[in-house]
Design a protein. Sequence first.
Length: 95
Amino acid sequence: MKKWFLTIMCVALLLPSLGKANPYLQQDISILKADLQENPNDYDKLVALASSYLYAGEFTEAIRVFNLAIKEKPKDAMNYFALGMAYESLEDWPK
């Protein structure tokens, strides 16, 4: 319960910064993409890449990668939460 509360609080604090330019995020994205070339099913790196895309405002890419992470661990609810944030940011209400 505490883990969820802390995670949701962190996400809520970061929401205003979604989509704002951050050169470090682009560097992280490049590194994670390169790492995933070697092991495309690395769950932790998929989540890190999807989260980086989300915070960089690249919502379509975040959705694509969160879906890959969900295929690896379909019971991890945080991916669904983050996926919903990406859809909401695109104002893609039906999804």
